[in-house]
Design a protein. Structure first.
Length: 132
């Protein structure tokens, strides 16, 4: 299942980068994969990606807008949990691993070593997580 936010998969990104190394232009790569120039530039150019991510990190929301976004995010999370039951398990295991107040020994029937291994395996990931 592809994440609706992304137009490309990791395989497509790898192919785009290979073509760019062969001196293809961003526009020709975009045309080949039916994406925009900006999308081709973003995935083939680390500096462009870093610049966009820094810009996104500066976004801050306050007041009513923050409340609206929290409600929307919460609803989306509930929809994802319902559609992908493994995502709820992934969330619970990751939360247990990230816990700072105490040292957990197990979560959802998995000891922490098993939980880390399961998360690293990628079996609980959605089909198109953020592409590196």
């Amino acid at each position: 299942m592809l994440d609706k936010r992304y137009k490309v998969t990791q395989d497509v990104v790898d192919k785009m980068r290979a073509l760019r190394k062969q001196s293809w232009t961003y526009q020709s790569i975009a045309d080949r994969f039916n994406v925009s120039y900006a999308t081709a530039n973003y995935w083939c150019n680390k500096a462009s990606r870093d610049k966009q991510r820094a810009k996104n990190a500066k976004r801050r929301y306050e007041g009513k807008e923050l409340d609206i976004r929290k409600k929307k995010d919460s609803q989306k999370r509930k929809e994802n949990f319902k559609a992908f039951p493994d995502l709820m398990l992934r969330h619970a295991l990751q939360s247990a691993i990230d816990e700072k107040r105490c040292t957990r020994r197990s979560s959802k029937g998995y000891n922490m070593k098993e939980a880390r291994a399961l998360l690293r395996s990628g079996k609980l990931q959605l089909g198109n997580a953020k592409i590196k």
